[in-house]
Design a protein around this ligand. Structure first.
Ligand code: 5RP
Length: 223
């Protein structure tokens, strides 16, 4: 599986050009891409990265990739990030790595968002395999959980008795639906619940998906 991730990561980094501002995603697949970006910097490319998590920031610093913030850079030329599920319309579930809020903000301000996955992440319908992560504020979070479950899921607090706390100081509920038949509607229903900060549905943000397959990396562009 790591080979497939590496193929996708390397193919995505072929789109990096000297002088670009890059969004740096989070997760094990993106980690491989950030390693490759580090090699470009070593070779003399003048790049600036905007990391989507403290974890990615640490990795990028260790590779001497110059960093900036969303406030400081204008537009982001290209973001490379992973995903947990990708459907045929390039709608995504993200956030099993816990970085969905910053990832979605960086994606929103990116001219191009390349998603890198191995073939196991490609699905017909979102939510059948993985839960949908939802980031919520700590205040009243059990009430927020109950409101989420009214949408038809079982919501589990990530980390249980020792809750996982995001880089933004919030909690995550992993919401398992049987399937998410209407992601746009679900996105808006979840967004309407007070206490929800962000959810892991990424709609209309991915411009390309690169899939690592046994036969090589396959690039798919949004039509
Ligand atoms: C982190 C994410 C990751 O991109 C997603 O979980 C995929 O990770 P991996 O490449 O390790 O499978 O959304 O918040």
């Amino acid at each position: 599986m790591n080979d497939l991730k590496l193929q996708a990561a390397r193919k995505a980094v072929e789109f990096v050009e000297d002088g670009m501002v890059l969004g740096l995603g989070t997760g094990s697949t993106t980690r491989l891409a950030v390693d490759e970006i580090g090699k470009l910097v070593k070779d003399g490319f003048r790049l600036v990265g905007v990391p989507t998590s403290i974890e990615t920031e640490r990795q990028a610093r260790s590779l001497n990739i110059p960093l900036s913030t969303l406030e400081e850079v204008g537009e982001i030329d290209l973001t490379i990030d992973g995903a947990d599920e990708v459907d045929p319309q390039f709608r995504l579930i993200k956030g099993l790595g816990g970085a969905l809020l910053r990832e979605k903000m960086v994606a929103y301000y990116s001219k191009r968002e390349i998603i890198i996955v191995d073939s196991s992440k490609m699905v017909g319908v979102l939510g059948v395999k993985t839960p949908l992560p939802v980031e919520v504020v700590q205040f009243g979070h059990r009430r927020t959980k109950a409101a989420l479950e009214k949408l038809g899921c079982i919501a589990s607090l990530r980390g249980g008795d020792q809750p996982f706390v995001t880089d933004n100081g919030n909690l995550i509920y992993d919401c398992k639906f049987d399937a998410i038949a209407d992601p746009e509607r679900m996105d808006s229903d979840i967004g309407a619940i007070p206490g929800v900060v962000e959810n892991g549905l990424f709609i209309g943000l991915a411009t390309s998906v690169i899939v690592g397959t046994e036969g090589g990396a396959v690039i798919r562009e949004r039509i």
